[in-house]
Ligand binder design. Structure first.
Ligand SMILES: C[S@@+](CC[C@H](N)C(=O)[O-])C[C@H]1O[C@@H](n2cnc3c(N)ncnc32)[C@H](O)[C@@H]1O
Length: 242
């Protein structure tokens, strides 16, 4: 997979050279390029922003440097691209989107700053995406979150290929509680079933806990979840006992 990031703060992406995403680049599972679109500005002062027509606070990123940076990317890497604009007014990023992005050969992220973009930049993009209902100073951190979440679904990126599928949200449920050694920590004991060695009992316990936790904390997830008959029965039981 090829990922290109358009940003005026390219150094922020050094974090992507660490940990599993760094290893994924070393293994050539993904190639990540950061293009500083300030390099494409045509004005002498190297400005990429200007005041909004009609007045108002703050400055907007101008269309020209971003259009020219996109032309450069297209020439360097021709082909179909998913172009994601970081925008608080966009669709909220989630696991389904991460899975979808992971299928693409070429992803481009355009990071905003200041008060955002000249509206005409939106003609270049396929998706406008937000990471939540809060405002950050720029699109760099949201881009890194999306890249991290997306690459988890690219085969080979995680050491254990099953782990992405077992996480919270991947099956519509929050993850069950987990424990590691020791079995008794300062009197806080691990639930007995987990040390029983009975795999079926453990599976059932985990599923029940995941359903309970989701019902308690995120009942909205259950509304859209595609539950199996077993999950429906367990959920019914949990609701009756509550
Ligand atoms: C200060 S914000 C601009 C906010 C904009 N004036 C608004 O009210 O929607 C600057 C840039 O940071 C990025 N950004 C900030 N919050 C974001 C979020 N929740 N999700 C995605 N991108 C965000 C976007 O690229 C945005 O253009």
């Amino acid at each position: 997979m090829d990922i290109t990031i358009l940003s005026i703060f390219p150094r922020m992406f050094q974090a992507l050279n660490e940990s599993l995403i760094g290893k994924a680049q070393e293994k050539e599972l993904v190639n990540i390029d950061v293009v500083d679109f300030r390099a494409f500005t045509t004005n002498k002062q190297n400005h990429v922003d200007d005041a909004p027509y009609g007045g108002g606070a703050g400055m907007l990123l101008q269309a020209q440097p971003i259009y020219d940076a996109m032309d450069y990317v297209e020439k360097k890497k021709p082909g179909k691209k998913r172009v994601v604009l970081l925008d608080p007014a966009g669709k909220t990023f989630n696991t389904a989107m991460a899975r979808d992005f992971a299928q693409e050969d070429q992803l481009v992220f355009i990071c905003g700053h200041y008060e955002g973009f000249d509206e005409r930049v939106k003609d270049l993009v396929t998706d406008e995406v937000s990471i939540g209902d809060y405002i950050l100073t720029g699109g760099e951190l949201p881009t890194m979150s999306m890249i991290d979440a997306t690459l988890r679904f690219v085969p080979g990126v995680l050491g254990n290929s099953f782990s992405a599928e077992e996480e919270s949200f991947s099956n519509g449920l929050l993850e069950y509680p987990q424990y590691s050694r020791p079995a008794d920590f300062c009197g806080k004991k691990v639930p007995e079933v987990l040390t029983s060695g009975d795999h079926e009992k453990i599976r059932l316990w985990r599923l029940t806990q995941a359903l309970k936790k989701t019902l308690e904390r995120r009942p909205d997830l259950l509304e859209g979840a595609d539950l199996t008959d077993e999950e429906k029965k367990l959920l019914h039981k949990i609701r009756q006992n509550n």
